[in-house]
Design a protein around this ligand. Sequence first.
Ligand code: FES
Length: 107
Amino acid sequence: MPQRVTVAKVANIPDGGSVVVNVLQRDVAIFYVNGAFFAVDDFCPHMGASLSGGYVEDGCVTCPWHFWRFRLLDGSWADNPKVKIASFPVHVVGDEVQLELPDLPVL
Ligand code: FES
């Protein structure tokens, strides 16, 4: 069963802004755009730039290094949707921002 983890307070992410949180030993970039939250891996698969510092427009974040664009909704690469970075459902509960995380493998 997916689990939810509180990662920030709503007030800590300004509209048009982003934060990076570390969950499951990976950095996740959370964006707040026009009243909606989105969460994707904070690691560009090209050469590893932090996507949280990218420019957001038309539902995509543009990598600050070489301008690859990823859709915030599902992490797909805008130029080739077969390539994806991880994305996570975001829930707002009261004043908390929560990420929905996939099931962890049983070891
Ligand atoms: S590191 Fe992101 S496009 Fe190159």
